[in-house]
Design a protein around this ligand. Structure first.
Ligand SMILES: NC(=O)c1ccc[n+]([C@@H]2O[C@H](COP(=O)([O-])OP(=O)(O)OC[C@H]3O[C@@H](n4cnc5c(N)ncnc54)[C@H](OP(=O)(O)O)[C@@H]3O)[C@@H](O)[C@H]2O)c1
Length: 255
């Protein structure tokens, strides 16, 4: 691939798998997350397998930290070609009970974090490039008990749509990836409002499957990327039958 890719949230789950897949395809990968030890171990793993990687401890919600990461990336690899905005966390709870501080934190990471990364990377994307934002299927249709989380992904989608048009003349494509349930530590790392029960979820796909879609988008671009046929069907059905979806989802809101 011969490109430089920044992957946020590279210490775990989808971000870790995406970084490994991008490195395997020949990208120089900048591993950005707060867990310094984990990204350092991943850097060593990629270097040991003959790839190129740089771990930079980063808090995406902290603009100065993101700017330092972007400068370090450019010093090491010359430019930035691909930005994967993957860092994020969840929040469960009824909208009527959400704590403002939890919702604020979620937006600081899931939304403002992505904006911080875009703004820090763009000056170094002079040759064009790709921005890949990791949203969620619940960023297309909010479901009960995760309305706050869904709203952060809706906001991310809106930013993607605006940027796609704004950056087209700079030859920078913007892709939104909509994973469904993925087998990562996401649930453990999510905030909870109270002791709410979590509704049924599909068993999910391994993070490598999402990573493969991200890596393909890094190579070929694309607008909206779904990971499975099931996710694509969900998106189509909730778009066509919003009222019926409300009725079906009522049972989830009871717990
Ligand atoms: N798993 C799912 O079912 C699923 C479904 C749809 C969408 N997604 C989305 O996929 C993305 C990755 O989630 P995942 O499933 O891989 O969960 P995960 O295993 O919990 O990984 C989350 C990553 O985000 C990073 N992160 C959190 N806060 C950060 C901050 N302030 N600054 C920098 N990095 C931060 C974490 O690293 P540190 O803690 O080291 O900072 C970690 O690497 C998220 O945007 C999530 O919303 C997940």
């Amino acid at each position: 691939m011969g490109k430089t890719a920044i992957v946020t949230g590279a210490s775990s789950g989808i971000g870790e798998a995406a970084a490994l897949e991008l490195a395997r395809r020949g990208a120089s990968v900048v591993l950005a997350a707060r867990s310094a030890e984990k990204i350092s171990a991943l850097e060593n793993e990629i270097l040991a397998s003959g790839g190129r990687a740089l771990a930079v401890e980063t808090d995406v919600s902290d603009k100065a930290s993101v700017e330092r990461m972007s400068v370090a990336a450019t010093r090491a690899f010359g430019s930035v070609d691909i930005l994967v905005n993957n860092a994020g966390l969840g929040l469960s709870g009824r909208v009527s009970e959400l704590r403002p501080d939890d919702l604020r934190h979620l937006f600081e990471v899931n939304v403002i974090g992505a904006v911080n990364c875009v703004q820090a990377a763009l000056p170094f994307m002079e040759r064009g490039g790709r921005i890949i934002n990791v949203s969620s299927v619940v960023g297309l249709r909010a479901i009960p008990m995760v309305g706050g989380y869904s709203s952060s992904k809706f906001a991310l989608n809106a930013l993607s749509d605006a940027m796609r048009v704004e950056l087209a003349s700079r030859r920078i494509s913007v892709t939104t990836v909509y994973p469904g349930t993925t087998q990562t530590s996401f649930r453990d790392n999510s905030r909870r409002t109270s002791n709410e029960k979590r509704g049924w979820r599909p068993s999910g796909v391994p993070p490598e499957k999402v990573a493969e879609k991200i890596a393909r988008a890094a190579e070929k671009g694309g607008r909206d990327v779904f990971v499975s046929l099931h996710d694509r069907a969900f998106a189509a059905a909730v778009g066509l039958f919003p009222g019926l979806t409300d009725l079906v989802l009522r049972s989830w809101a009871k717990g």
